[in-house]
Each structure stands twice: as structure tokens, then as C-alpha cells.
Design a protein around this ligand. Structure first.
Ligand SMILES: Nc1ncnc2c1ncn2[C@@H]1O[C@H](COP(=O)(O)OP(=O)(O)OP(=O)(O)O)[C@@H](O)[C@H]1O
Length: 379
């Protein structure tokens, strides 16, 4: 006889939750998955009403589920967020161009505005051309550093308050393990935080911090979401690969290992007398950096001078030229982007004020979209 759902005791169970070992039906699975993400958002106070939130959208399963769930929760619980899709085109033919087609379909399906920024446009180099210059060995370093900054640049172009990414519990646990193995305590502290200030202007957070990758895949499958599932054509990050293997082997014996590692990481504290790197702004492009020149600028200089290894290791980074020297590709300074964003905001506020409807004195509703600025559905 088919097993009944452990939650509603009515429908047939079709999912066994790795997190709790419960066997549950499809509707209960959707409900618990979405409610857990909502609880994470509320208990961490991730957003404020009116926030402009960009969803880092790669077209893969995590960010596609994130876009769907963020839209659903925003409507269900009336968060009052303005949601956007923000994608980075790294310039990887046969991979990112195809996954961005998925994001363009998601834009229509979820009715969310989309901005795509590309490495070519921002840095003058696509990943395909970087790999030609660097080879396959260290290309992930370039991609990771450039993507992080590209998302922050895109966020300023859209005047966002916040970026959410689809990093899930498995990703967080892997990163904790990697930072422990490397003894990188400053990163260890940051990687367990659910929200960070990224470039110093835009908050960045991981609403899926406690969501298991397996459940995200199940959710995407059961909701029949449109996502892209091919792996990147270039070599995967080898070190993360080891941490992932190790985590998977722990999860096989003890499924709670993923959450256990996250909670242990959260409980670790750096002793007060340990000196951590201080963050300042890059002298060239204004991006947040613990050195005079940020990693992206050093990597770019290496590419332009034909010494692509410059910046790949920490010691090489010291051999850069005069930090103020002109280069072939000048990144738009972050302060310029920031000023443009503030100007955009000013114009938007002005437009909002001139197009506001007159307050409706007779309106008695608590949820109201007339000028009393409550919420939706005031008739
Ligand atoms: N090209 C991109 N454009 C926008 N956001 C991105 C891009 N690549 C990654 N991200 C963001 O960073 C998160 C983690 O990226 P990662 O490369 O680890 O991919 P992933 O675990 O395969 O996620 P996904 O399934 O969403 O591709 C993604 O969920 C997404 O929010």
C-alpha cells in the first residue's frame, strides 16, 4: 500500500526529505520548502519594505528556484519588494549563452525585469578570450573575481538595495570546510553570514542558506521549472571539488552533516586580538579591497601586459605597476556608478511623487494602494 504523507496524512507521499527524513506529498513539500525560506528571510530580517532586490540569475537550478520562490513569497506575504533579475554574461560560448536564453524565458514567465551585464562590456575580456590567454588551469580565479564585481556593478546600474543569490546549504557547508582546511579565518567569518555588505553599497544575501541542494533540485523538478542544467565547459574549481566530495561522503552517513557544519561554522569566533585585513577602496576602480589595488584590477593588468599569472597567487599581486597608471581598459569607477545610481533614485522619487494618486479620505481598508500607501488590492 502506498505510504501516506507524514504531514497531512491524506495524500500519497512522494518525497523523502533529506533534512528531516519525513516522507511527504508534493503539496506539503512545496509548503514546507517555501515556509522554511520565508522563516529564514523573516528571522534574519533580510529585507525592508520598498527594497529593490536583484536576483542573481544564472539560469541554473538554484537561481531559477530562487527567482520563483522570491516572487511567490513576495506576493504571498506582501513583502513589498521590487524584484529584478540580474545576470552576468561571462562570455562562455555553448554554456552561458544557452543558460541566458533560459533566464530570458524566466523573465517572461515570472514577469520580472532583466539586466544582463557582460565581462566583455565591463572588462574588455570574455571568459573565452581569458582562457585562450591563461589556459584552463586558473581560469576559475578570473571568473569568480570578475563575477562578484560584475554583480555589484550591475546592482548599481539598477540602483538595487540588495542582491540575493542561490547559494544553498551545501555551498555554504563546502565553503566553511574549504576555509577551515586553508586556515582562512577572515573568510571563514564572512562565509557563515547570511548577509554581507559586498561592495559597501549593496547588501548581498543567501535566502537558501539552510536549503539543501537535493531539495532545491526536487522543487525545480516537481514545479516543472524551466532551468538550464549543463555544467560549465571550463575546468571546475578543483579545491571546491575536494570539499564537495568530502561533504557528500559525510552526508551519506549522516544527512544532517550539512546543517551541522553550518551551525558549527556560525558558532566559531575569531579571537578579539587576531588582526584581520582591513577593507578599503581600490585606488583604480573604487571597488572594496583589502589591498591598494583590487584583485580584479590586478588580474586585468596581468591580462593586458601579457603576464596572466599576475594576481593569481597572492605574492604575484605585489608586482603590479603604478596603481594609478592608465590601462587599455579602464573600469568605470565605482563612485561614478554610485553617483549615477543616486541620481536615478532621485528621479524615480520625483516621478513617484508627481504620479501619486490623491489620498482617498473614504478608504477604510487596512491593505490599501491609494495614497495612504498601505499595500495592494484597495478597490
Ligand atoms: N552568471 C551569473 N549571473 C548572475 N548570477 C550568477 C551567475 N553565476 C552565479 N550566479 C549567482 O551565484 C549563485 C551561485 O552560483 P554557482 O556558480 O555556485 O552556481 P550554482 O550552484 O550552479 O547555481 P545555479 O544553479 O543558480 O547556477 C547562483 O545561484 C546565482 O544566484
Amino acid at each position: 500500500m502506498p505510504r501516506q504523507c507524514d504531514i497531512c496524512h491524506d495524500a500519497r507521499a512522494i518525497v523523502r526529505r533529506p533534512k528531516t527524513a519525513q516522507s511527504i506529498c508534493k503539496e506539503c513539500f512545496f509548503h514546507v520548502f517555501e515556509t522554511e525560506v520565508h522563516n529564514t528571510i523573516v528571522s534574519s530580517r533580510l529585507f525592508q519594505r520598498g527594497d529593490r532586490v536583484g536576483i542573481g540569475a544564472s539560469g541554473g537550478k538554484d537561481s531559477t528556484v530562487l527567482a520563483y520562490v522570491m516572487k511567490t513569497l513576495n506576493e504571498r506575504y506582501n513583502y513589498g519588494l521590487d524584484l529584478y533579475l540580474l545576470s552576468v554574461d561571462e562570455g562562455i560560448a555553448g554554456y552561458r549563452d544557452d543558460s541566458l536564453e533560459t533566464v530570458k524565458r524566466n523573465k517572461e514567465q515570472y514577469e520580472l525585469p532583466l539586466l544582463i551585464v557582460s565581462y566583455e562590456q565591463l572588462y574588455g575580456w570574455s571568459m573565452d578570450s581569458i582562457v585562450q590567454a591563461v589556459g584552463r588551469k586558473n581560469n576559475c580565479t578570473f571568473c569568480g573575481v570578475f563575477r562578484r564585481q560584475a554583480l555589484d556593478r550591475g546592482a548599481l546600474m539598477l540602483d538595487l538595495d540588495h542582491i540575493v543569490t542561490g547559494h544553498n546549504a551545501d555551498d555554504v557547508a563546502e565553503t566553511i570546510l574549504m576555509n577551515i582546511f586553508r586556515g582562512d579565518i577572515s573568510r571563514l567569518g564572512r562565509c557563515t553570514e547570511i548577509a554581507t555588505t559586498g561592495d559597501g553599497y549593496v547588501v548581498r544575501s543567501k535566502p537558501f542558506k539552510y536549503a539543501y541542494e537535493k531539495e532545491i533540485v526536487m522543487y525545480a523538478y516537481l514545479r516543472r521549472l524551466d532551468y538550464f542544467s549543463t555544467e560549465c565547459t571550463y575546468s571546475p574549481n578543483a579545491y571546491r571539488g575536494y570539499a564537495r566530495e568530502f561533504l557528500k561522503s559525510l552526508e551519506r552517513v549522516r544527512p544532517s552533516a550539512i546543517l551541522d557544519i553550518i551551525h558549527s561554522g556560525e558558532a566559531m569566533h575569531v579571537a578579539a586580538d587576531v588582526q584581520l585585513p582591513t577593507l578599503d577602496r581600490c585606488e583604480r576602480c573604487g571597488y572594496i579591497s583589502s589591498n591598494k589595488v583590487c584583485k580584479a584590477c590586478v588580474l586585468l593588468e596581468g591580462l593586458e601586459r601579457g603576464i596572466p599569472k599576475l594576481g593569481v597567487s597572492r605574492t604575484n599581486a605585489k608586482h603590479i605597476e603604478d596603481p594609478t597608471a592608465n590601462r587599455a581598459v579602464d573600469l568605470v569607477h565605482f563612485e561614478t556608478l554610485r553617483r549615477d545610481a543616486l541620481e536615478l533614485r532621485r528621479i524615480r522619487m520625483e516621478n513617484k511623487q508627481t504620479t501619486q494618486p490623491e489620498p482617498d479620505a473614504s478608504c477604510q481598508r487596512s491593505a490599501c494602494s491609494c495614497a495612504c500607501d498601505n499595500a495592494a488590492d484597495c478597490s
